[in-house]
Design a protein around this ligand. Structure first.
Ligand SMILES: C=CC1=C(C)c2cc3[nH]c(cc4nc(cc5[nH]c(cc1n2)c(C)c5CCC(=O)O)C(CCC(=O)O)=C4C)c(C)c3C=C
Ligand SMILES: [Fe+2]
Ligand SMILES: [Fe+2]
Length: 349
């Protein structure tokens, strides 16, 4: 059967609104086997690696998936929490808190967390939302800056699921929030709080996940949106140009990525004798391997080895109440003006 059989939702029970929070995904365990499964799915996505399959598959299966899972699993072990992967732990907490924020305002909404790669899958959570009577779903990729490699890939997964569904819910997406006042306010708050308890650094490094330069040349708006987030943040923090710098981390593969690289920036700052740098990663709303290991551990070593004294990592937004309030507000904004006719118990109606 091409389209799934599904229970009928009686009109009087229809109209729940589903909120699907999506982040990237993470291995189920900090083991080479689980990391391999996760990387195989992630790195097989043509949105992520834009190399023709005939050239990429042999490299992926013959080289990368034979070596990287073991190395990455060791890194995951160094940040793993008793409850699991930091990305999963924080994302779950965010979903729970968002439920509270939206519930308080009395709307008939269901909030679910999905991961683009690994578990819980986007398809499984869309199935759950449908089973709860959601006839419309707001999809919220937790990427502040739009990129084809991340945001559009969530759209692909939702579209793949919809392709097999009989009763497809009405769909909306929050495709970006890089300049959202609440998001910028929450970042400002976290940084101010850090500076209140630890004093100020010589330099604030704003480090974003990188993407291949080619994707930007081909029209990906990601780089420009990172630049704008950084500018807005510096403005809100009233920083002079000499007090902050923008950089890009997590380079992967041999192609040229957008720069300047966070690694090179930390080496330069360390060699120039900077006493203390603080690093904040505004593109990650939840702490994960890329912030806790690559910045707070590897980055610190890089900076100190180059001659710097102290690197302080400023945590991601995680469970910050100002952030969750901003996210709830953003969700409400996107539900506004969504007609409730035929969606009897919809939010905002
Ligand atoms: C292969 C190329 C990659 C692109 C392009 C890319 C873009 C990209 N990624 C994030 C957010 C995250 N990436 C994370 C991990 C991660 N990223 C890549 C590769 C690319 N990312 C790999 C191979 C990995 C896995 C870890 C490793 O083996 O190094 C994570 C953390 C996941 C976790 O479990 O903690 C996040 C989050 C963005 C925002 C982005 C483009 C804008
Ligand atoms: Fe990544
Ligand atoms: Fe990394």
């Amino acid at each position: 059967m091409r389209f799934r059989p599904e229970p009928q939702v009686p009109p009087d029970q229809a109209g729940r609104t589903g909120i699907l929070l999506c982040n990237l995904g993470t291995p189920d365990a900090a083991t080479p086997a689980a990391t391999r499964r996760y990387l195989a799915e992630f790195l097989s996505d043509p949105r992520v690696v834009e190399i023709p399959p005939l050239a990429w598959k042999p490299l992926l299966h013959g080289v990368i998936l034979r070596t990287r899972p073991k190395q990455s699993a060791a890194k995951y072990q160094s940040v793993w929490l008793p409850e699991g992967s930091p990305l999963m732990v924080w994302s779950r907490k965010q979903a729970t808190m968002l439920r509270g924020y939206l519930g308080e305002r009395g709307h008939a909404v269901s909030v679910r967390l999905a991961m683009r790669y690994g578990n819980p899958s986007i398809a499984s959570q869309l199935d759950e939302l449908k089973a709860r009577g959601c006839t419309r779903v707001l999809v919220v990729p937790l990427y502040p800056q739009y990129s084809g490699t991340t945001t559009a890939s969530v759209v692909d997964a939702v579209a793949d699921w919809a392709r097999g569904a009989r009763h497809v819910p009405a769909l909306r997406f929050i495709d970006r929030f890089y300049d959202d006042p609440g998001y910028i306010r929450a970042l400002t708050r976290v940084i101010h709080q850090h500076w209140q308890s630890h004093g100020r650094p010589n330099k604030l490094v704003m480090s974003f996940h990188g993407v291949p330069e080619r994707t930007v040349k081909l029209g990906d708006p990601y780089y420009a949106e990172c630049v704008e987030t950084a500018r807005l943040l510096a403005e809100r923090l009233a920083l002079k140009d000499s007090e902050w710098v923008l950089s890009f981390q997590s380079r992967f593969g041999k192609a040229k990525w957008v720069g300047p690289s966070t690694h090179d920036t930390l080496v330069e700052l360390g060699a120039a004798g900077a006493e203390r740098v603080d690093v904040v990663c505004p593109g990650f709303v939840a702490d994960c391997l890329e912030t806790l290991e690559e910045i707070a551990m590897e980055g610190r070593d890089t900076f100190v080895c180059a001659g710097g004294k102290q690197l302080q990592y400023i945590p991601a937004l995680n469970d910050n109440p100002v952030w969750l309030a901003a996210l709830a507000e953003l969700v409400q904004e996107h539900l506004q003006g969504w007609p409730t006719r035929g969606h009897a118990r919809g939010a905002g109606g």
